[in-house]
Design a protein around this ligand. Structure first.
Ligand code: ZN
Ligand code: ZN
Length: 353
């Protein structure tokens, strides 16, 4: 079933949907420009402006493309289309529209009854189809190839920023359309910051370097972290590496349909806690990846979600010790009919460069 039909089939009869979130618009239509998407039984329309009309026609075959006219807002055009189609009920993205935005919509849509869409598109996006999975796999392949390259680039005297720039350039050169997010390169004691911004710190002999990065390809993201050593690391850091590796591998191996994501989090967390570093693992174990770098399902102790075939999630435990450094190892993983397939094939054994 088409994604738009799937969405409408989950709503009361004769209810339209107005989509603002660009990721949801892309998911449902393939359109990447600015504007709104309006769906209803017998109606699939992109409402945009002059700048994007041609792109929308190319990206969304089967959709009507409407450009706003001077003095007529996107929502007012949507209202005309709804009136023509005889639709009076409209679900809107209650998690996206601001209070001000909703007031403006209500003003130009007299007679329409509004209801919350309640994350229905995000819920569909949790389960990837084969096309989506192959886009993510392609992004992961580029990411892994760039990692092999950067292992030959990292050396004492290089700054974090130099490593970041070389890595970003390599991903784009290998065919990435962009970056999934801002690359993290954290060396030595900076490794204790899970979301460190690459600095001018020069990498030193004996440092561990954590690199968290991902390519974006055909609208979909990859997410991978590896921590490498430059020269021989201290015994303590090597021990920390082994704990994180065991946590990552054990949690990843437990992924299967029917398993609560909270259990995957617990498996990783228990290993780190039993090794004495529970306080040093302050984030959740993973998250869904797709059109957005962080999406559902969350792999967290607070989540009540159950893994299902088609989910694509990360497993990324870490240990962060202020003043010393940190280790994180992350794979993007596909939940299959029977278990799990890691999409980042790069070895997780400690690399000493
Ligand atoms: Zn990451
Ligand atoms: Zn991640």
């Amino acid at each position: 079933m088409k994604r738009t039909d799937k969405l409408l089939s989950g709503l009361p009869e004769k209810t339209g949907v107005l989509i603002h979130n660009p990721s949801n618009i892309f998911y449902l239509s393939g359109y990447t420009g600015e504007g709104l998407l309006l769906l209803a039984p017998g109606l699939s329309a992109v409402i945009t402006d002059f700048r994007y009309v041609e792109a929308a026609q190319k990206q969304c075959p089967g959709f009507e493309i409407h450009a706003i006219r001077s003095g007529v807002s996107h929502a007012a055009v949507a209202h005309e289309l709804l009136e023509n189609a005889g639709i009076r009920d409209l679900a809107v993205e209650d998690n996206i529209i601001t209070v001000r935005g909703m007031r403006e919509i209500e003003k130009v849509m007299p007679g329409i009854r509004f209801s919350p869409l309640d994350f229905k598109v995000e819920k569909l996006r949790e389960v990837k189809d084969d096309d989506e999975r192959s886009c993510i796999e392609h992004a992961c392949d580029i990411t892994c190839q760039a990692f092999e390259y950067i292992c030959g680039f990292i050396a004492p005297g290089r700054t974090e920023r130099e490593v970041q720039l070389a890595l970003d350039y390599k991903m784009l050169q290998l065919g990435a359309d962009g970056l999934a997010f801002n690359t993290i390169v954290a060396s030595g004691e900076n490794g204790s910051l899970p979301h460190a911004v690459p600095s001018d710190r020069e990498i030193e002999e004996g440092d561990m370097v954590t690199i968290d990065f991902g390519a974006r390809k055909d609208g979909y993201d990859a997410d991978m972290t590896r921590t490498v050593a430059v020269g021989q690391p201290s015994d303590k850091m090597r021990k920390i590496y082994d704990i994180v590796l065991r946590a990552q591998e054990t949690a990843q191996a437990a992924i299967a349909p029917g398993v609560p994501t909270a259990q995957i989090d617990k498996i990783a967390r228990d290993i780190i806690t039993e090794a004495g570093y529970g306080e040093c693992f302050g984030h959740s174990t993973g998250h869904g990846v797709g059109i957005d770098i962080h999406e559902e399902p969350r792999v967290s102790s607070r989540s009540d979600q159950i893994l299902t075939p088609g989910n694509i999630v990360t497993v990324e435990p870490g240990i962060y010790v202020p003043g010393l450094g940190g280790v994180r190892i992350e794979n993007t993983c596909a939940v299959t009919e029977t278990g799990v397939r890691a999409l980042c094939g790069a070895s997780k054994e400690l690399r000493i460069l």
